[in-house]
Write a protein that binds this ligand. Structure first.
Ligand code: UDP
Ligand code: MG
Length: 333
């Protein structure tokens, strides 16, 4: 048969590349001392579940020898892929690079510094099986500095929950499990990986949160300080205000413009009638100033709506630009 029949489309094995059960995605930036222990711990934990899996470590431009450790490890192990990025692009971009390569039906993410515990993976998978699309870890006993990390996170978590309408205790926990189709076409940038639950929720995902273990950093140091919390909140504003108000900016600004213009013109007509038919002086009336203001504002808002509409279109088009570049991939293909 020269062409696959329609039926054969229903048998993925005929056309599609083989799918794995599970991909574990780990961003690595200067974690040389942790990598080997972590990869073994992940493998030990996942092998308990008897699933077909792959571990994908993304080296995000490390400068401490992590790259060498990873590539050597990927040459030795059959369950590890090492993706080497050209430079440091940030945790979200590194995760996006992992998602792009992941062949698993389920994707698990965790940090490369041993702060998340791979032993929690089977528990996340079990929760997913209960009928969720996304299971997010909750670091109930988070082992990080109280003042510079826990407090700002707490505030950020409250704001994020309010703005997104998805209520989690801990958006920042990297240990999460997703059904792969959920993240197949998300455009990630900035600090967005933590908003995956919220973005997924908009797409109708069923989301659960489960308490997970958390350990203090054993090696190296955190890549983040207070600055990240601020960037996180800014990203949140950008995404959600854009999603809510600016997907149709013309509807928001244009409507304001039309209302303002109508009110201004109405007042103008009233004043004209008063002047022409009742021969009253309108030069000293506050209403005249208001009418002129409203007309000017109306015209400006309307034009602003048009401009933002154009901008939004350009913005959406430009989303296709990659947020990272891959230098090399090592390990089984
Ligand atoms: N990371 C990364 N690129 C960066 C910064 C961090 O890939 O530019 C990785 C890092 O190696 C770790 C994870 O992201 O695996 C979380 O970073 P970190 O542990 O510094 O954050 P914290 O746990 O302090 O929030
Ligand atoms: Mg950490």
């Amino acid at each position: 048969m020269p062409y696959p029949s329609i039926e054969s489309h229903n048998h993925p094995s005929v056309i599609d590349p083989p799918q794995l059960d599970l991909s574990i995605v780990v961003p690595i930036y200067n974690e040389a001392e942790s990598v080997e222990t972590l990869v073994s711990a992940i493998a030990d934990s996942v092998q308990e579940t008897h699933l077909n899996y792959e571990i994908i470590c993304i080296d995000d431009g490390s400068k401490d020898g992590s790259t060498k450790v990873l590539t050597n490890l990927a040459r030795r192990r059959t369950d590890l892929k090492a993706v080497i990025l050209r430079r440091n692009y940030g945790q979200t971009a590194a995760m996006a690079a992992g998602f792009e390569l992941a062949a698993g039906k389920v994707i698990i993410t965790l940090d490369g510094d041993l702060q998340n515990d791979p032993a929690d993976i089977p528990m996340l998978l079990a929760k997913l099986e209960e009928g969720y699309d996304l299971v997010s870890g909750w670091r109930k006993n988070r082992q990080d500095a109280a003042l510079t990390r826990l407090l700002p996170s707490k505030i950020a978590n409250i704001i994020i929950a309010k703005v997104t309408g998805v209520v989690l205790h801990d958006y920042g926990c990297s240990l999460k499990a997703y059904r792969a189709e959920l993240i197949a076409d998300m455009n990630l940038y900035g600090e967005l990986h933590r908003f995956l639950p919220a973005l997924a929720y908009i797409e109708g995902a069923r989301i659960a949160e489960v308490p997970v273990r958390h350990h203090a950093r054993r090696f190296g140091q955190s890549k983040y300080g207070l600055g990240r919390t601020i960037r996180v909140v800014m990203d949140l504003m950008t995404v959600f205000f854009m999603k809510k108000f600016l997907t149709r900016p013309m509807h928001v600004f244009g409507l304001g413009g039309v209302i303002s213009l109508t009110a201004g013109v109405g007042m103008g007509i009233y004043l004209t009638i008063v002047k022409l038919f009742f021969e009253q002086n309108i030069g000293d009336r506050p209403l005249l100033i208001l009418a002129v203001l409203l007309i000017l504002t109306g015209v400006q808002l309307f034009c602003f709506g048009l401009v933002t509409e154009l901008l939004m279109r350009t913005y959406h088009e430009s989303q296709r630009r990659p947020i990272y570049r891959v230098r090399n991939v090592f390990g089984k293909q």
